[in-house]
Design a protein around this ligand. Structure first.
Ligand code: FNR
Length: 402
C-alpha cells in the first residue's frame, strides 16, 4: 500500500520504486547473476542457516528472538561506542555510488541527514558529489551533532595513482578509509546490463573526474567490461585502461602496508566473508572489518552476511570492531546482527530508497524507523542496553521445539 507517510522501510522502497526510472531502480536494486545472495541477505534474518536432519533432509533453521520479561526496560538506550565516538544507535550509511540519480541533491542530502542525526556515513569514491562538498554539507549542519564520516575507496593497480585521492579524503577530515576488497572485477549484474544506466548530462563521478574533462577511464568503463562477450575481451579492456583500472592484483602483504604509509586515517576492510580473511585482517593490523558481500552484487551464491557472521566473530570478536552490512531492513535485523556478535551495522539500499522518497527528510525517515524499531525490539526482548544484546536472546529451530 502506497502512503505519503510510510512507516516501514519496505513501504519507502515501494514509493522509491514508483518514483525512479526503471534503469535507476534496476541499478540500485539488483544483485549479480541469479541474485541468490541478494535474496539470502534479507531472508536469512528470519531463516538462518541450514541443518541436516537425521533423515538427510536439509531443513531451514529459523532464527528467533526469545523475549525475556520483567527486566525494567523503561529507559532503553540504543547508543553505542565505536572508535571512541558515541553513536545514537548502531546503524550507519553504507557507501553507494551515484546518489544524485535518486534525487537532485544526492550525497549532500544523505550527508545532511546523517550529520543532523549524529549518524556515521561512508561516502563512495564513485559519488556524484565531491568528497569536499559532502564534508562542507556536514559542517554546515553543525559539528556538535555530526558524527565521524568515512571515505570508501577502490585502489588503482598503480597504487601511487590512488595517493592523491586518499590525501584529499584525509585533508577534508574523513576519519577512516574504507577499502573495498570484494571487487577485483565487477560482478555480473543482469538487470543493470539489460537496462543500461548512463549518467545523465550534468552528473559525473565527482571525485575521480573533473566535470566535462576527458579522463583515461570513462564512467562507462565498468559496464563495458561487464558486457565483454569473452574473457579475453574483458582482459584486453582492463589492459587498455592500464593502471587506472580498479586493481585486481592487490595482496595482503602490500596493501595494508601501502595504506599505513600513505595515511593516518583508520583503515577498514569492506567485503570480508571468510573467517580466514578476518584472521588475516586482524594480523595485518586493520582497524575494523565490514562483513559484506556488496549487497549481493559481486559473487552470487555466497552466504548471506548474517550467516557468515558467526564464523568471523569466532576469530575477530574483541580484537577489532566487526561491522556488518547486507539485507538490514528492520530494527529486529539490527538486533539479530548484534546478538550474533556484530558491533555495528550499515544500510545501503534503504538510504537510497529514503533519498528517492523525499531527499534529506526521506533518509531521516529511514534512519528514524530503524532506530525506533530497534528500541522497540530491545524493550520487547527485555534488554535496555546495546551492550547487553547477546546470543542468549536467540534460538534456532526447525519449526518444532526450541
Ligand atoms: C553499493 N555498494 C558499494 N560498495 C562500495 O564499497 N562502493 C560503492 O561504490 C558501492 N556502490 C553501491 C551502489 C549501489 C546501488 C548499491 C546497492 C550498493 C555496496 C554497499 O556499500 C553495501 O555493501 C550494500 O548495499 C549493503 O547491502 P544492502 O543494505 O543494500 O542490502
Amino acid at each position: 500500500i502506497l502512503t505519503s507517510d510510510p512507516i516501514t522501510i519496505s513501504q519507502i522502497e515501494a514509493i522509491a520504486r514508483q518514483k525512479l526510472s526503471d534503469n535507476v531502480y534496476n541499478y540500485y536494486s539488483c544483485g549479480a547473476d541469479d541474485q541468490t545472495t541478494l535474496e539470502r541477505n534479507q531472508a536469512d534474518f528470519d531463516r538462518w542457516g541450514f541443518s541436516i536432519s537425521i533423515v538427510s533432509k536439509i531443513r531451514p533453521l529459523i532464527i528467533l528472538v526469545l523475549p525475556r520479561v520483567l527486566r525494567d526496560v523503561s529507559q532503553v538506550d540504543t547508543s553505542t561506542e565505536l572508535f571512541g565516538y558515541r553513536f545514537p544507535f548502531p546503524v550507519g550509511v553504507a557507501p553507494s555510488a551515484m546518489q544524485r540519480l535518486a534525487s537532485p541533491e544526492g550525497e549532500l542530502d544523505v550527508a545532511r541527514a546523517a550529520a543532523s542525526m549524529g549518524i556515521n556515513l561512508t561516502l563512495s569514491s564513485n559519488s556524484t558529489t565531491s568528497l569536499e562538498d559532502v564534508m562542507s554539507a556536514r559542517h554546515q549542519i553543525g559539528k556538535e551533532t555530526a558524527a565521524p564520516f568515512w571515505f570508501q575507496i577502490y585502489l588503482a593497480s598503480d597504487l601511487d595513482l590512488s595517493v592523491p585521492l586518499i590525501k584529499r579524503a584525509e585533508e577534508a577530515g574523513y576519519e577512516a578509509l574504507v577499502l573495498t576488497v570484494d571487487t577485483p572485477v565487477l560482478g555480473n549484474r543482469i538487470n543493470e546490463r539489460q537496462t543500461p544506466l548512463i549518467l545523465p548530462e550534468g552528473l559525473h563521478l565527482a571525485n575521480i573526474q573533473k566535470n566535462g574533462a576527458k579522463g583515461s577511464r570513462k564512467p562507462s568503463f565498468n559496464r563495458e567490461i561487464m558486457d565483454a562477450r569473452t574473457a579475453k575481451q574483458a582482459n584486453d579492456l582492463m589492459q587498455a585502461a592500464g593502471s587506472t583500472a580498479n586493481s585486481a592484483s592487490l595482496t595482503w602483504s602490500s596493501t595494508i602496508k601501502f595504506l599505513r604509509q600513505t595515511t593516518d586515517m583508520k583503515i577498514i576492510l569492506k567485503g570480508i566473508m571468510a573467517p580466514e580473511d578476518a584472521q588475516l585482517a586482524v594480523e595485518c593490523g586493520t582497524d575494523a572489518i565490514i562483513v559484506s558481500n556488496h549487497g549481493g552484487r559481486q559473487l552470487d551464491g555466497v552466504p548471506s552476511t548474517i550467516q557468515a557472521l558467526p564464523g568471523i566473530v569466532d576469530v575477530a570478536k574483541g580484537k577489532i570492531p566487526i561491522i556488518l552490512d547486507g539485507g538490514i531492513r528492520r530494527g529486529s535485523d539490527v538486533f539479530k546482527a548484534l546478538a550474533l556478535g556484530a558491533d555495528f551495522v550499515l544500510v545501503g539500499r534503504p538510504a537510497l530508497w529514503g533519498l528517492a522518497f523525499n531527499g534529506r527528510e526521506g533518509v531521516e525517515a529511514v534512519m528514524n524507523i530503524l532506530e525506533r524499531e530497534l528500541s522497540r525490539t530491545m524493550a520487547l526482548a527485555g534488554t535496555a542496553k546495546v551492550g547487553d544484546i547477546c546470543s542468549a536472546f536467540l534460538r534456532y529451530t526447525e519449526g518444532g521445539r526450541l
